[in-house]
Design a binder for this molecule. Structure first.
Ligand SMILES: NC(=O)c1ccc[n+]([C@@H]2O[C@H](COP(=O)([O-])OP(=O)(O)OC[C@H]3O[C@@H](n4cnc5c(N)ncnc54)[C@H](OP(=O)(O)O)[C@@H]3O)[C@@H](O)[C@H]2O)c1
Length: 275
């Protein structure tokens, strides 16, 4: 399939690399707001051409799929434009910021007979799939602490007053810990335990008006799951799921690659193969 990209940051580099490896996708065009950046990005990835107008990109007949990796608050309008032009869309997480946008965009995709995907990678890893299959070995789940606590290098720019260039810390770009890292943690929880009965979020607000970190409590019938997300502190300890028969721990919720089981009675650990 022929695809185009919106956004010229590292995540778009990674997407193009992965698409090339699949040998099923060919990069036709790239978009950037800036002409020089667009030309340089196209040349770096050997794209046939580049655009500085989203409308022109939407009109490109040979482009079948558009990958959107712009600041969160821009996703909806950009995705809508591409869907209305009969393009399939793969949009970075968090795909949209409200349920209304979500429903509207998927309705447009359906009307135009095209696919719309959120690029949420963590629940697609082999280790996550194995964890789901093996979860019953933990017995009755009694608690879980899932987290992603990653100090952002951009927090330093934010602290020095450079807010406009740091969308993660700007409410107008739908930034914040829950919108960014929280998405990985929430997908992990819902992927494993399903929809909770209730949810409560306790944010730690920054002066710019976004949550720098926060605790999300998910209530299930027999247990409570605690989700921690932060862009203003660091943790390297694993996430855990505690059952009456044992505990599973995973290295991370964004890149789920290592799984360990500890028997609650013998306290013996067992690493699971990672592939
Ligand atoms: N799945 C993952 O693992 C992963 C990892 C990182 C990020 N993400 C997601 O990918 C998206 C982009 O994140 P990022 O960290 O790459 O963001 P970013 O570097 O701040 O911005 C991405 C691109 O959007 C354009 N842009 C930046 N600021 C803009 C503005 N004010 N108005 C319009 N366009 C602007 C820029 O492209 P031009 O200047 O060339 O137009 C930039 O290259 C987010 O939704 C994020 O959650 C996903």
């Amino acid at each position: 399939m022929h695809f185009a990209t919106i956004g010229t940051s590292k995540i778009t580099d990674s997407f193009i690399e992965a698409a090339n490896k699949s040998r099923k996708m060919v990069l036709s065009a790239v978009y950037s707001r800036n002409k020089e950046k667009a030309a340089a990005f196209a040349s770096k990835h050997r794209a046939e051409r580049w655009y500085t107008s989203l409308e022109d990109l939407a009109q490109a007949d040979d482009v079948e799929v558009v990958y959107v990796a712009s600041p969160n608050a821009l996703h909806f309008e950009q995705v809508k434009l591409m869907l209305n032009s009969n393009k399939h869309v793969i949009c970075e997480k968090p795909i949209f910021t409200t349920l209304k946008e979500y429903d509207q965009a998927f309705a447009i995709a359906e009307n135009h007979g095209v696919f719309l995907f959120e690029a949420i990678r963590n629940i697609q890893t082999p280790v996550f799939k194995r964890l789901k299959q093996e979860l019953h070995r933990a017995g009755k789940i009694r608690s879980s602490i899932l987290k992603l606590i990653q100090y952002s290098s951009r927090y330093d720019a934010f602290l020095s007053g450079d807010i406009p260039n740091v969308f993660f810390f700007s409410p107008e770009f739908a930034g914040g810990a829950l919108e960014d890292l929280g998405v990985y943690v929430l997908y992990t929880a819902v992927g494993l335990f399903g929809k909770p009965k209730a949810a409560h979020y306790y944010p730690v607000m920054l002066p710019s008006g976004v949550d720098g970190s926060g605790t999300l409590i998910l209530e299930y019938d027999d247990f409570v799951c605690t989700l921690l997300c932060s862009k203003i502190a660091h943790s390297s300890s694993p996430s855990e799921i505690h059952g009456e028969k044992g505990t599973f721990s995973i290295n991370s919720t964004s890149d789920i690659a290592k799984l360990q089981f500890t028997n609650a009675h013998s306290k013996k650990n067992r690493d699971h193969p990672n592939r």
